[in-house]
Design a protein. Structure first.
Length: 211
């Protein structure tokens, strides 16, 4: 009789384990075969796609400045008359500008307007700009706002995220003679969920209570 240590069935796997290992082996063979077929059709494993061109971030387009009332144009028609001469001494405004509120620091008209050419604005270096380019005048003193305005953080900017953009000049929002905004009344806080009345729920509770 063969000894107990020489039992031929000792190293054999049970039937269920043999089936499991056979199935796993077959699955590995199938996966390796499919991978080989895929690599044969697609030998390059890196996805080197050409870069997609972005929309050109073109130069900013300035929105036209608000139109000036034709009643005041041209400025020279009034400011060349002897009784309406401009002067450097601050005083109460008269005639057509009597309703104009001048509340812009300690500035007087001739700090911004050119006395010889009333239809132009005068910069600190005495160069002249048109009214529609008034932002050049404003940013002489408000230089910190210039990069914010160009980036669309200060003021209003419309257009594309990348592409043509349209900027509004300062006087679109600010009255140039009295630029500060008035006090804004704060709005009430949002209501909490328990403060919001739910008509449908209340109606259902009332009907349930009446029954």
């Amino acid at each position: 009789m063969p000894g107990a240590g020489n039992d031929p069935g000792k190293d054999r796997l049970p039937g269920n384990q043999a089936t499991i290992w056979g199935t796993l082996g077959l699955a590995v063979v199938v996966i390796v075969g499919l991978s080989a077929v895929r690599l044969e059709h697609q030998p390059e494993t890196t996805r080197d796609y050409p870069p997609r061109p972005l929309i050109a971030d073109g130069p900013a387009v300035m929105k036209p400045a608000p139109e000036i009332d034709d009643e005041y144009l041209p400025c020279r028609d009034c400011h060349t008359s002897p009784d309406r001469q401009t002067g450097p001494i601050p005083r109460e405004l008269e005639y057509e500008h009597e309703d104009t509120e001048l509340a812009h620091g300690n500035l007087w008209c001739l700090h911004c307007h050119d006395p010889e050419r009333p239809g132009r604005l005068r910069l600190a270096d005495s160069s002249l700009v048109k009214f529609e380019d008034s932002w050049q005048l404003c940013t002489q003193c408000h230089a910190k706002k210039l990069p914010e305005w160009r980036a669309g953080v200060h003021g209003k900017q419309t257009g594309h995220w990348r592409g043509p953009k349209e900027y509004q000049t300062c006087v679109e929002c600010h009255e140039p003679h009295a630029p500060p905004f008035g006090t804004i009344e704060p709005k009430p806080r949002p209501k909490r969920p328990d403060e919001i009345i739910q008509p449908a729920r209340i109606s259902g509770e009332e009907q349930h209570g009446d029954s």
